[in-house]
Design a binder for this molecule. Structure first.
Ligand SMILES: [Zn+2]
Length: 337
């Protein structure tokens, strides 16, 4: 799979004690290099103000610029809209994270293939006017909006991070759909069972999961049941994957009790098949969470291998989906027919 990466992603919170730290992408890059999976690369670029403003109001961009300037050479401070630690590099790094996701999207579209934006800071909690949850700009939302604006058609954001992508959800509609599993109740408190909007041109589909010990087979089975149905109704031209690996067992921030590599492999195969069926193979991943660093590196490798090897999806047992989640996947199935 094509990978977009940039040394600038090792700035932003360098030397700050924080779970969302530069070592995350450094470790993934090293692991991919050792596995021979880091040769197929495209350069990142900076997102322009106009590209960011497809999702974020101009006043929010000005606010981020002001907040970062205020931190100055102090070690770190907070974004004034929420719980996101910033330092003097944060605006430049966040702009290139959104731009790296855009570059990966453009390569995926042009090459009718999959691409992985190995970026930080993550983006899916950044609402249009409110950065929060370690996120400054909505990388997935910016890429999905850019695709719809420049190519037409529909983008489907697939978010398997432990946490609900409230920011991406807030940017859905008008060609951008959003489907997510996430722990509930958990940070950020949104994505409950009533937050559904069944409209092909801007669907919002949330399947909240218990915050711990959901298990690998139920997790994989839930996605194998959910994604084909959502895709059949939305008929996307591009998949944008908010790839958060904090679902993995042992993650210090998340942890759904899900084995990292088997789940990443199964989801990678499922996403690849879905992209082939509807999108001529076009899928762009962007890194979201994942805070146990060795586990994160292994899981990203498993995602790339699942795409590159073209393995068929191993079917999980649908009977493993608990009744509470099955009610929601059944509602999606009823919407499709
Ligand atoms: Zn997360």
């Amino acid at each position: 799979m094509l990978v977009v990466y940039d040394e600038l992603y090792t700035e932003h919170l360098r030397g700050v004690a924080h779970p969302e730290r530069p070592d995350r992408v450094v470790a993934v890059a090293e692991r991919l290099g050792a596995a021979g999976l880091f040769g197929d690369r495209a350069p990142a670029r900076d997102a322009t103000d106009a590209e960011l403003e497809r999702v974020h109001p101009h006043a929010y961009l000005e606010r981020v610029k002001r907040d970062v300037a205020t931190v100055g050479s102090h070690a770190a401070g907070y974004l004034s809209t929420g719980d996101t630690v910033i330092d003097e590099t944060s605006l430049a790094v966040a702009r290139r994270a959104a731009g790296g996701t855009l570059a990966a999207m453009e390569a995926a579209v042009a090459g009718e293939r999959a691409a992985f934006a190995l970026v930080r800071p993550p983006g899916h909690h950044a609402e249009p006017a409110r950065g929060m949850g370690f996120c400054i700009f909505g990388n997935a939302a910016v890429a999905a909006r850019a695709f719809v604006a420049t190519h037409g058609g529909r983008a489907l954001v697939v978010d398997f991070d432990y946490h609900h992508g409230n920011g991406t959800q807030a940017a859905a509609g008008e060609g951008v759909s959003f489907v997510s599993t996430h722990a509930f109740p958990a940070y950020p408190g949104t994505g409950g069972p009533s937050e559904q909007h069944f409209a092909a041109n801007g669907a919002i589909v949330n399947v909240p999961l218990p915050p711990h010990a959901y298990g690998t087979e139920p997790f994989v089975a839930t996605w194998q049941r959910l994604l084909p149905d959502v895709a059949a109704r939305v008929r996307p031209d591009l998949l944008v994957v908010s790839a958060g690996y904090d679902y993995a067992s042992g993650d210090p921030v998340g942890d759904l009790g899900v084995a990292a590599d088997p789940a990443a492999r199964a989801l990678g195969a499922l996403i690849r098949e879905t992209a082939q069926t509807y999108c001529n193979g076009r899928a762009v991943y962007c890194l979201e969470g994942g805070y146990d660093i060795p586990t994160l590196a292994r899981a990203v490798e498993a995602t790339l291998r699942a795409h590159d090897a073209g393995v068929e999806t191993e079917r999980a047992d649908c009977a493993a989906i608990p009744a509470r989640q099955r009610t929601l996947t059944d509602a999606v199935a009823a919407w499709v027919t």
